[in-house]
Every structure is written in structure tokens, then in C-alpha cells.
Design a protein around this ligand. Structure first.
Ligand SMILES: C[S@@+](CC[C@H](N)C(=O)[O-])C[C@H]1O[C@@H](n2cnc3c(N)ncnc32)[C@H](O)[C@@H]1O
Ligand SMILES: [Zn+2]
Length: 291
């Protein structure tokens, strides 16, 4: 960890000193996360996506497929991507300091979860350009209810920092709380304040340690019938170990779809996972076609 810190200080002295001076506790958390992340030495974890995940998701939610919400999503997706590009911003994989914007499949699944589950309280981790944030907020607005809390550790570079949440375009401010910091710092207190949640989206630091930290806490606050979405689940084994620990709930492994064929993900895949928390009585009755 000390080596990581010294290396960063020597490469970016102004940014590093600024970060320590303005947010000392957060600076320590950043380093600790980098240390844990490197220690895991992650590769591609071989999860297999189900090809008809979208039909299965709707069956799981008890909604006929295809649904009207998908048409709404498609129109909005083209608007948001067009608006980002019109403002000279790059969209897609690794366009935010090596981080990926939410892929269309992931964001469409989240859109459907919000439109069909009609959550009151949604928490996500990881904002970057804000694709997932924008679509969650827009879907809540169409539902006429609900609030989103987004925990996010912005980059130290102020130029890139100005791009955080650009896809949101400052829409629906009354529905959105942006919380700066690491999920390890912020999530426990946020959950204590918000209470029961209906939907949780993990899209922050994809180390197994961090994923399990978030999932274990979100799960305790998630209402039965609520859902969890995990982006980039195939870069660690946290999704599997979580399902082993909290067994008996229905889950799906889904393929995120690239934005376009030439914009494929770093590992060629880009999988995300969905878990629906079943009420205790139905845990013993898995539905056909679902894990
Ligand atoms: C994959 S991007 C999020 C993409 C976004 N959901 C979207 O759809 O456009 C991950 C974001 O999480 C932030 N991040 C990294 N480590 C974090 C941590 N420990 N806690 C919270 N956010 C973190 C990164 O700075 C980055 O902005
Ligand atoms: Zn739908």
C-alpha cells in the first residue's frame, strides 16, 4: 500500500496533495481500495449468461414480454447517447478513466426493474458519466414516485471530475442525492438513514472484497421482492460467493450487449447479474428456467 501511495505521489504530486488536504479520510480509503483491488489479481471469471435473460427477467417479475417499457427505453437511449455525443463526449467502454459507461443491456434491465417494480428507494454505487443514474431517475419520474441515492468516488483530476453525472443533465434534482465518497465509507450510514430499500445497483469498484461489502449490507436492507443488479460480475467471484451464502433466491446472469459491434468490452463480454429477494415462504419453490 505504501508503494502504491509513493508511486501515485511521485506521478501526480499536485492531485495527490490536494486529495489528502481536502479529503484526508477519503484519501486513505482510495489507497486501501487500490491495495485490496491489486491484491486480488482478478482475471475473467467464467460465468455463463443465459441467452434469453430478458424474457426470464420479465417472467420472474410476472410481466408479459416484450413490454411497453422497452420501447420507452429505446427512444430515451438514443436521445441520451445522441446528446452526449452532441456535447463532444465519448460514450461506451473505457471512456471515463478506464471505467465503462453502462451498456445498453444493463441499463435496459435496470429501466425495466424500475418501471415494473416501481421502487420508492433506490441506492446505486458508481456514477461516472451517470448512465445508470439518468435512466433510474427518468424511470422514477415516469412512475411518479421514488428517490435515488448514488454513492460515488469521483476522480481526482478536476477536468474529468467535471464529467461526473453529465448524462443526468441536471434533470429531476428533487429525486437525486449524490453522495461523494467510497461505498465503504458511505453505504452503512446511508442504509441506516434510508431504512428499507427496493433496488440496489452495484457499479463501483469491482473487487470481490468491495462487491461483497456492498452486497451484504444492501441485502440486509432489501425488502422481499426487491432486486439487486451487479455490473461487471465476471471480473470476480463475489456474485457466486454471495449466492452460496444467501441461497434460495432467484438470480440471472445476463450479457450486457456492446454499444456497437466495434465498441466491445475489455474482456469481450461484459456480464451483469440480477438477484431477486424472494419472500421467505416462496424460497423453496424455484421457478422453471431460473437458477
Ligand atoms: C463503472 S463506473 C460507473 C458507471 C455508471 N454506473 C454508468 O452507468 O455510467 C464506476 C464509478 O465508480 C467510482 N468508484 C470507484 N471506486 C469507488 C468506491 N470505492 N466507491 C464508490 N465509487 C467508486 C469510479 O470513480 C467511477 O466513477
Ligand atoms: Zn420490461
Amino acid at each position: 500500500m505504501l508503494v502504491t501511495a509513493l508511486r501515485y505521489f511521485s506521478r501526480h504530486p499536485v492531485l495527490a496533495f490536494g486529495a489528502v488536504a481536502s479529503h484526508p479520510r477519503e484519501a486513505v480509503m482510495r489507497l486501501y481500495d487500490v491495495y485490496l483491488d491489486r491484491r486480488e489479481r482478478r482475471g475473467v471469471c467464467r460465468y455463463e449468461a443465459v441467452p434469453d435473460w430478458e424474457q426470464r427477467l420479465h417472467r420472474l417479475l410476472g410481466i408479459a414480454f416484450p413490454c411497453a417499457a422497452i420501447q420507452e427505453f429505446t427512444a430515451l437511449w438514443h436521445d441520451v447517447v445522441g446528446s452526449m455525443r452532441g456535447r463532444g463526449l465519448r460514450v461506451g467502454p473505457e471512456t471515463f478513466l478506464g471505467w465503462n459507461d453502462g451498456d445498453p443491456g444493463l441499463v435496459r434491465a435496470i429501466w425495466c426493474l424500475v418501471r415494473h417494480l416501481r421502487p420508492s428507494r433506490v441506492i446505486e454505487t458508481g456514477v461516472a458519466h451517470g448512465f445508470t443514474s439518468r435512466f433510474i431517475l427518468e424511470a422514477l419520474e415516469r412512475n411518479g414516485e421514488g428517490h435515488l441515492w448514488s454513492i460515488d468516488l469521483p476522480p481526482l483530476d478536476p477536468v474529468l471530475g467535471a464529467e461526473v453525472g453529465v448524462a443526468v443533465e441536471q434533470r429531476h434534482p428533487a429525486r437525486w442525492s449524490y453522495i461523494r465518497g467510497t461505498s465503504r465509507q458511505r453505504l452503512p450510514r446511508l442504509i441506516a438513514e434510508v431504512g428499507e430499500i427496493d433496488l440496489f445497483v452495484h457499479d463501483s469498484l469491482h473487487s470481490e472484497h468491495n462487491l461483497r461489502f456492498e452486497l451484504d449490507r444492501a441485502w440486509a436492507a432489501l425488502r422481499p421482492g426487491g432486486a439487486i443488479v451487479v455490473d461487471d460480475m465476471d471480473v470476480n467471484w463475489g456474485f457466486r460467493s454471495f449466492l452460496e451464502r444467501f441461497s434460495g433466491h432467484r438470480s440471472l446472469v445476463c450479457e450486457a450487449e456492446p454499444l456497437s459491434p466495434d465498441l466491445r468490452r475489455f474482456n469481450g463480454k461484459g456480464l451483469f447479474g440480477i438477484i431477486v429477494k424472494d419472500p421467505p415462504a416462496s424460497q423453496a419453490e424455484p421457478q422453471p428456467g431460473l437458477c
